[in-house]
Ligand binder design. Structure first.
Ligand SMILES: NC(=O)c1ccc[n+]([C@@H]2O[C@H](COP(=O)([O-])OP(=O)(O)OC[C@H]3O[C@@H](n4cnc5c(N)ncnc54)[C@H](OP(=O)(O)O)[C@@H]3O)[C@@H](O)[C@H]2O)c1
Length: 250
């Protein structure tokens, strides 16, 4: 794979994001130029410093400002040119037991995990905002496929994202834009460690054992994202590709 001359917008690109950072590293290695997005500018600068090429763009933005996304994207395209693809890795994660759910919590999960993806897809698929054969990839979750206790909101927001790729793929095929999703189960890293602390030793063992091939690494997710961006997947659209160590096979 060679992404020289390609421009990708990557959300969730902070240096302390397990998966987003691994995606940035992989795409940088493959020669791409990146528009790095998250809320914290300092964290994006740290990401850029750890990449080999000195050509990436640092663009802090709060994706929960849904109605501002079209004008923000318009400005990005004016400044940096049309994109060859989008990787939406930014997310709102956590536990939300049903007994304590609030309207604000529902918005927190859905705004970033689903609605921002819709707005980015809508804005980037406008004429002259994308290059021929563009590819959009969202980071979903095995939670969007299978029920998980105390994760109703996260899981439902990811299921909505998985659904989005199917309809968007049909609608954008006439523009030769492909739309796909990568769905990890638990991925080793800081988020997983936090989850294990909450669950305790016994539940953690059950969770890890539910991944027959073991936990995926952030790099495993990044490799699948690269495949879906590349011409190697030229006829793949509307799909959710699991990278889950076999979690959903059982
Ligand atoms: N880690 C796992 O085990 C796992 C498993 C399955 C699926 N996933 C999915 O994989 C993706 C990456 O996961 P991760 O654990 O590596 O991510 P993470 O560490 O939680 O990072 C989230 C990223 O999103 C950015 N972000 C959050 N809210 C934002 C907002 N309002 N506007 C703009 N950026 C925002 C954060 O940066 P700022 O704070 O600077 O904004 C950060 O870069 C997510 O979609 C997640 O749901 C992860």
């Amino acid at each position: 794979m060679d992404f020289s001359g390609k421009l990708y917008l990557v959300t969730g690109a902070s240096v302390d994001s397990d998966i987003g950072f691994a995606i940035c590293k992989k795409l940088d290695e493959l020669g791409a130029t990146l528009i790095l997005v998250s809320r914290r500018e300092a964290s994006l600068k740290d990401t850029a410093q750890q990449l080999t090429a000195n050509k990436h763009h640092i663009c802090p933005f709060d994706l929960s400002k849904l109605d501002e996304i079209p004008i923000w994207v318009n400005n990005l395209v004016k400044q940096y040119g049309a994109v060859d693809g989008l990787i939406h890795s930014a997310s709102y994660q956590g536990y939300s037991p049903l007994r304590g759910v609030t309207g604000q919590q529902i918005s927190n999960y859905f705004d970033i995990n689903f609605s921002a993806a819709v707005m980015l897809t809508s804005s980037l698929s406008k004429a002259r905002h994308f290059n021929p054969n563009a590819s959009f990839v969202f980071i979903g979750s095995a939670a969007g496929v299978r029920g998980l206790k105390a994760r109703t909101l996260y899981a439902a927001s990811k299921a909505a994202l998985h659904s989005l790729v199917r309809s968007a793929a049909l609608e954008l095929a006439s523009k030769s834009i492909r739309v796909n999703c990568v769905a990890p189960a638990v991925v080793s890293g800081a988020k997983a460690e936090k989850q294990f602390e909450i669950l305790g030793e016994a539940q953690t063992k059950i969770l890890i054992d539910a991944h027959p091939l073991g936990l995926s690494k952030p790099e495993d997710v990044a490799n699948s994202v690269s495949f879906l961006l590349s011409d190697l997947s030229a006829k793949t659209t509307g799909m959710t590709l699991t990278v889950d160590g076999g979690f959903l096979a059982g």
